[in-house]
Design a protein around this ligand. Structure first.
Ligand code: PEP
Ligand code: CO
Length: 447
């Protein structure tokens, strides 16, 4: 019998150990009384859109920070990431002629699984940084201690972020008529800039044409508003549990911390506390699929997460790495098809392509990211499955974290603006460039 806290009877990896249980319980009971961050009706609309993705009538775009931070919490940062995601969506629509379902890794993407539980610097060993919702990034003993109070700050930051995102999505910023004035961030000239301008002009012409036929923002609200959803890894189960509520209109249970949540590559196994928790909520669920995935185990996980095999419920977010994708993805697609499972196939081309630069900085070469996406498209084409989405770590800022791309960022440039709190992100230019190249690939592969 599933309960909000039945995950506690399962194997829970990557959760922090809180020393002071009274303090933890007091924070959790405060959170339980806080209003939901997202509403069941919104989650149901996302589910509907994801059904369209599963059926090949829409495309899923997920993107945002690897780890949101308290220190980079500013309206400009939120706006810039939102704007780049909208621009990518416009570009991808031009490649697919399909609606793009936009889901930001925002307003709650705080908790991180780490490859090592501790970090050593100058002979001192401290607990690893686990994301701002758990501990501090500074290499300081007291700040690295998991502090439950941080959950309240993460909740409040998520609430303000959502407030702004809803205002941007509904309040005119996403108006397609202004697509020309969404500036290209840091791109002032060059091929991608010209292509975006041309696309924006074409959209403007189409809107003028539609307006002449009587389709105006007044009678067609889709022209001025957009649907925008949020997602994060449901890693910190005590926090997720505290925000899990029964919907008063349907009696169904929703995790109201985000519209979409996913289970990470390190916590998606049989008997996992994270799988148990996610099996009881109505939200759409992502499952990260990396090279260590056992296919029999995945089928059991799907039995649990989606026993009725409903379309749009589960997204398999494949993150094999460019070199390994051919070894794993075709077999996985065959197995899922033999089992008759309905899933959305998405590609996270970030997490399998992390490398260290010569001075040890974590980076990701743009060409490997692009190549993994292209390989996904090719493989799905030959297997006859629908390549339904991409999942990116990206920002609207002009950071230097991934090498390559239009600005040709080199390893020695990485130190200039390396701001991520965890993994390297595509910057605004790289994200837009990637969207154009993926749109080209989808257009060329359309059957
Ligand atoms: C992530 O998406 O930030 C992440 C940790 O991914 P994965 O679980 O695929 O390694
Ligand atoms: Co990451």
């Amino acid at each position: 019998m599933w309960k909000k806290d039945s995950w506690k009877d399962y194997k829970a990896l990557h959760l922090p150990h809180y020393e002071d249980l009274n303090e933890l319980n007091s924070v959790l009971s405060t959170l339980k009384d806080f209003p939901p961050l997202v509403f069941a009706g919104e989650v149901r609309s996302l589910r509907k859109s994801l059904c369209e993705v599963a059926e090949g009538n829409a495309f899923l775009l997920q993107g945002g920070d690897c780890a949101e931070s308290f220190s980079e919490f500013r309206a400009d940062n939120i706006r810039d990431t939102f704007r780049v995601i909208l621009q990518m969506a416009v570009i991808l629509t031009s490649g697919t002629n399909l609606p793009i379902v936009k889901v930001g890794r925002m307003a709650g993407q705080f908790a991180k699984p780490r490859s090592s539980p501790t970090e050593i610097k100058n002979d001192e060993e401290l607990e690893s940084y686990r994301g701002d919702i758990i501990n501090g990034i500074e290499f300081d003993k007291s700040l690295r201690k998991p502090n439950p109070e941080r959950m309240l700050k993460a909740y409040s930051q998520s609430a303000s972020t959502l407030n702004l995102l809803r205002a941007f999505a509904d309040g005119g910023y996403a108006d397609l008529r202004y697509v020309n004035s969404w500036n290209m961030g840091f791109l002032k000239s060059g091929t991608e800039y010209e292509r975006y301008r041309n696309l924006a002009n074409k959209i403007q012409e189409s809107l003028n044409f539609m307006e002449a036929l009587g389709l105006t923002p007044k009678n067609t609200p889709q022209l001025t508003k957009t649907e925008y959803y949020t997602c994060h890894e449901a890693l910190l189960l005590p926090y997720e549990e505290a925000l899990t509520r029964e919907d008063s209109t349907t009696g169904d249970i929703y995790d109201t911390s985000a519209h979409f949540v996913w289970i990470g590559d390190r916590t998606r196994f049989e008997n996992s506390a994270h799988v148990e928790f996610c099996s009881g909520i109505k939200n759409p669920i992502g499952v990260k699929c990396g090279p260590t995935l056992d296919h029999d185990e995945l089928i059991k996980i799907l039995d649990k997460l989606n026993p009725d095999n409903l379309p749009g419920k589960v997204t398999l977010i494949c993150r094999y790495g460019n070199e390994k994708v051919q070894d794993h993805l075709p077999d996985l697609i065959k197995r899922i098809s033999d089992e008759g499972r309905v899933v959305i196939w998405s590609c996270d081309p970030m997490h399998g392509n992390t490398v260290k630069s010569s001075d040890g900085t974590k980076t990701r070469p743009f060409e490997n990211i692009l190549s993994e996406v292209k390989n996904n498209i090719k493989i799905h084409n030959s297997e006859g499955s629908w390549f339904g989405g991409i999942h990116l770590e990206m920002t609207g800022q002009n950071v230097t974290e991934c090498t390559g791309g239009i600005d040709d960022i080199s390893e020695s440039d990485l130190k200039d603006r390396y701001h991520t709190h965890c993994d390297p992100r595509l910057n605004a230019n790289q994200a837009i460039q990637l969207a154009f190249l993926i749109a080209d690939e989808l257009r060329n592969n359309a059957t």
